[in-house]
Ligand binder design. Sequence first.
Ligand code: HAM
Length: 435
Amino acid sequence: MGVRVNPRFRSVKGTRDLLPPESERWNEAERIARETFRSRGYGEIRTPVLEDTALFARSVGETTDIVHKEMYTFSDRKGRSLTMRPENTAGVVRSVIENGLAAGPMPLRLYYLGAQFRYERPQAGRYREFSQIGVELFGVSGPAAEAEVLEMLFDFLHALGFRSLSVSLNSVGTAATRASFGEALRTYVLPRAGSFGEDDRRKLAENPLRLFDSKDPGVRAALEGAPRTMDFLDEASQRHHEEVRRMLADAGIPFQDEPSLVRGLDYYTRTVFEVVSEDLGAQDAILGGGRYDGLVESLGGPSLAAIGFAIGEDRLLQVAPLAIPRRACVVVLPQRSDDLPEAARIAREIRAAFPGGCVEVDLSARGIKKGLARASVLFQEADARGLDREGVLAVLIGERERADGAVTVKRLATGEQETFPRSELARRLGAARER
Ligand code: HAM
């Protein structure tokens, strides 16, 4: 749609600009997220983009793809190793400990929205700078926590218009489960690892669970029929998982068991989950999350249960059937620049009478005809701009109007127009908008 240009500067690979009207959809999704979370007692936390590199190595895990090869890490001028956050759970946990919240009243309910950075190969729905909408709930070790966050998540997804999504669910048990499962997995995969590349051989040696993150078809084939985390669960984790499933069924949350789901971050304990949309080409997840009962303690805080999820906002908006609420739009068209003060007064009056709509003044004031051309662009792009087609009106201040103390209101959808005394503007516009 845009004009062809040959810019000197381009956005950095894997990043992009979000322009209107697409940004309107993002704002609407974020508004719904905030409303949904706040109405359940979640407060917004904003943590810095920059964190100590060791924080991510310690939490997400040295051997994960994220820490091993995807972080934007650099030394600052004093030689400190800093990283632009690849995810927000680690920063939230750091903040919760540092600000004394981990020792405060529980449960602690937090949500966040913001940019994350991963040096990945860019493709549809995968960027190097992307946004997440996330939630973290601290201090609840029982399955009611899973039920609360997943029910809230689905309320949010429903509010965006999704109807047929379901959660893929698994349990990775405790640290001991992961260790014995990892060993069994290594034993199973080793004889089938002949064709593995260097990176997957490293994973096999260091942390076999990470093989599940591999996109290599050879690795995927080698994992077929592999042991499952479920077979290594201790009794308490098994019971927990059964209760989670029962509570989700009770809350009407659609889920299916996904025995090979382990998630690409090392901090998870027991419950892990993802939501995948078939409308996303590469079958990538819209969101992922899980329980991480050991993380707060391992980062120097008290022993504290926790669970959360993060939604990839870019992917979410790529597939969300979210329609933004339509707004009426009035364009005030002064014929010449002398009429600009009057046009501004009229715009002010309309805004006061109809808050929430959109009122624009044609500041070029180069004649009614040119002004109407601008109004008709708004009308033609009404859908994309979230405007109510029927509600696109032009208020004309031409020669005749000026002489008579009148205004003319034209409805772009039909071309109908009516001239009436200036003093009746608000009332007449109100009537016009009712139609
Ligand atoms: P994650 O699975 O790494 O989990 O990321 C969550 C979501 O972020 C993904 O499902 C995906 O939609 C989106 N995402 C990840 N990488 C990209 C990318 N390069 N481009 C676009 N979207 C992307 C976490 O980050 C955990 N912190 C989630 C969590 C919160 N677990 C517990 N609490």
